[in-house]
Ligand binder design. Sequence first.
Ligand SMILES: [Fe+2]
Length: 367
Amino acid sequence: MYPQTDIKSYMPVKILFGNNCVFNNKDVFKQTGKFPFIVTGKSGAVKSGAFDDVISVLNGGPYILYDRVEENPKVSDMEDAAIISKKFRCDYIIAIGGGSALDAAKAIAVLAVNNMSGMDLFSKKADAALPVIAIPTTSGTGSEVTPYSILTVDEWQTKKSFAGDCIYPKIALLDPKYTFSLPIDYTISTAFDAVSHLFESYFSLKSNEMSKMYSQEGIRAFAKAVDAIKNRKFDEQSRSALMYASMLGGIAISHTGTTAMHAMGYSMTYFHGLPHGFANLYFAEPYFRHMMKQEEQKTKTVTDLMGMTDLQSMINFFSDNIPRPKLNKEQCERYATLAMMQSSIKATPGNLTKEDIVNMFKEAGRT
Ligand SMILES: [Fe+2]
């Protein structure tokens, strides 16, 4: 049968990608609403130039600015922001920034129109939210096209995500120039997050012919930035390729979620401070070795799409570009227990056991 899998596909975001896309599509703002609540982080929106572009196309129209989103947005702060949005009766949200600003905006969008607390986001299913126009200034999370939001919960001292069709942004405006001013290390770590989404979605047991199409095109795009990453020098072409890859990664995981790489990576971020993208690819060697056994053809396809001569070259490419903290036996055991609690483990081919995961930590942590 062709296609070989059942297909479930949904992508309700209007995607507008290209140079000067904010100016070239300025009508989308007035079509979306009259009074925007603008959500940004502390500096990225301004440094990238995106904020000035938005203010310019609003053409003197009214807006309320919330520019206090922290790196890991807290639920309690989102509640405060939603109160402000409600008070001024804002009717849509413009989110400008990296994954944190975009994820924060999604939470505010829900809290602004529902009678619920921040913690309710994780237990109650909301079916309404203010429309969001998302303008990313990093190439990593793909949040501009996903139904996911990741927030920090103070009470639980951890991050927690919520999902729902109502938090897909209505419109994503992607202009690669907004990433030109990003520091090199940040560019690489966020790019690694994007490519981990593409890999993991491709290998996921939930993948289908259409989601794989997004992954393959995204990996092909990421490959165009491999030399830039190796040389730590980014030009317009490579930055544009990364923004496109990141967006495709977002679409891919919207259909499948992630797999073991993300599940294991969380501990490397939480306990060792590795940036999220580096934390995922920290497991490149054991993950791809496992996939070679489980999904040989897919692994070869990924290696080809990456433009690598063989699997080892691909593993080396990632390993050479990330910090590698060593792990002891006790840490491997403890982190594996935490990783097993993530549902994404079950979406990984090969029925991974706790022992498999411990071994992956050991291999990555070289103990
Ligand atoms: Fe991620």
